[in-house]
Design a protein around this ligand. Structure first.
Ligand code: GLP
Length: 244
């Protein structure tokens, strides 16, 4: 079941999302958080850090697994998702770095890394709540529009539109990696709860298609219509193309 909540702007979306993640951490201090990167969740992480600093949140027993990572970027590369997570969250709260997990973008043996990541998620007992953004083409994690839904963690060839959307973070489009490791749609669907955030007009088409269109691998996020517990928080612009 999908519940959609409207926030008036990015800040309100971020606070609502942080409230839901906080509740999860308070209710189950050793929970497994599925985490996401991109510009969308940054405000949520900032809010969690603020509440941590106030003494309202304790990450000491929390475990985390990230959705995806560029293939071929070192952890020290400031565009790697490993770097992003440390910068925006892990280095700012009392989470044990040993309890944080991001796919290893430098592992060249694709099969080995994908299998390791799937087994790791299973060994943690699965994800309690998975935070998601959404790509302009409806991708979640790095699951690009395709003819079938990927079941497990896999190596993805990034869509031109994704390379184009993400080039703003790199010196040029040529520097954007062409491949990434990503949890599969099946991996994401096994999370007990999903929290998807969307902000801005350029996400409005993707949100409308994902939640009000047919379920199709051409719009990867549309599979979430089949999940039993999905919360979508969108700001007014991101929800502006939903049928009313
Ligand atoms: C990236 C990430 C996704 C993210 C999406 C949207 O490519 N792999 O996890 O949700 O694109 O990014 P943004 O939040 O910056 O719009």
């Amino acid at each position: 079941m999908i519940k959609i909540y409207e926030a008036k702007d990015y800040q309100e979306m971020s606070r609502k999302a942080a409230n839901i993640l906080s509740a999860q951490i308070i209710l189950k201090p050793d929970c497994v958080l599925g985490l996401a990167t991109g510009s969308t969740p940054i405000g949520t992480y900032d809010q969690l850090v603020e509440w941590y600093e106030k003494g309202d949140l304790d990450f000491s027993k929390v475990k985390s697994v990230n959705l995806d990572e560029y293939k071929g970027l070192e952890k020290t590369n400031d565009q790697s998702y490993y770097y992003f997570m440390h910068k925006h969250l892990f280095d700012r709260v009392n989470i044990d770095p040993a309890n944080t997990n991001v796919p290893d973008g430098m592992e060249t043996d694709t099969e080995k890394e994908c299998q390791r990541y799937e087994e790791l998620i299973d060994s943690l007992g699965g994800v309690d709540i998975q935070l998601l953004g959404i790509g302009r083409n409806g991708h979640i994690g790095f699951n690009e529009p395709d003819s079938a839904f990927a079941q497990k963690t896999h190596c993805v060839n990034l869509a031109e539109s994704t390379i184009d959307a993400n080039k703003r973070f790199f010196a040029s489009a040529d520097e954007v990696p062409r491949q990434a490791y990503s949890m599969g749609i099946g991996t994401i669907m096994r999370a007990k709860k999903i929290l998807l955030l969307a902000s801005g007009e350029d996400k409005a088409d993707a949100v409308a298609k994902a939640f009000f269109g047919p379920v199709t691998p051409e719009v990867p996020a549309s599979i979430l219509q089949f999940h039993s517990d999905v919360v979508v928080i969108g700001d007014t612009l991101a929800l502006s193309k939903m049928p009313r």
